[in-house]
Design a protein around this ligand. Structure first.
Ligand code: THU
Length: 138
């Protein structure tokens, strides 16, 4: 799947966002080395602090389906008409959550952060340097 198609998968996922409190729909798409794509979108709650980010939902789906690595690429898309239009990057918690499945398979996924006018590509290791992960636990 091309970068553009992965970004489109993230956009499609965002259509299912449950984000009535922030009105900020986010979509994420994870691409695996066998070609599989698993998506997620942000899921909020009337108890505001319980919101789950799109990337976290996608990783939970992947781990919950038995995937233990093989993550090669991630696309993240937020609303392009809000804020300054700059690409959104995964929040700190999501970086750690993404790192879990990446480290399990020894990959350093490319993260495509989609903005209104540019797609910023960053390695997960650059977003979360010196990460703590499963390999530290032995
Ligand atoms: N959000 C994500 O889904 N991913 C991110 O990386 C940043 C923030 C969600 C959480 C919340 O539902 C909304 O965006 C506003 O913060």
């Amino acid at each position: 799947m091309s970068d553009e198609n992965l970004i489109q998968a993230a956009r499609d996922a965002a259509k299912h966002s449950w984000s009535p409190y922030s009105d900020y729909a986010v979509g994420a798409a994870l691409k695996f080395d066998d070609g599989a794509v698993i998506t997620g979108t942000n899921i909020e709650n009337a108890s505001y602090g319980l919101a789950l980010c799109a990337e976290t939902v996608a990783v939970a789906k992947a781990l919950g389906e038995g995937r233990r690595g093989g993550l090669v690429e991630v696309a993240v898309v937020g609303p392009l008409d809000k804020g300054d239009g700059a690409p959104i990057t995964p929040c700190g918690r999501c970086r750690q959550v993404l790192n879990e499945i990446a480290q399990l398979g020894g990959t350093d996924p490319r993260v495509l952060c989609v903005g209104a006018e540019e797609v910023r590509e960053v390695a997960l290791s650059a977003l979360l340097p010196h990460a703590f992960g499963p390999e530290h636990l032995g």
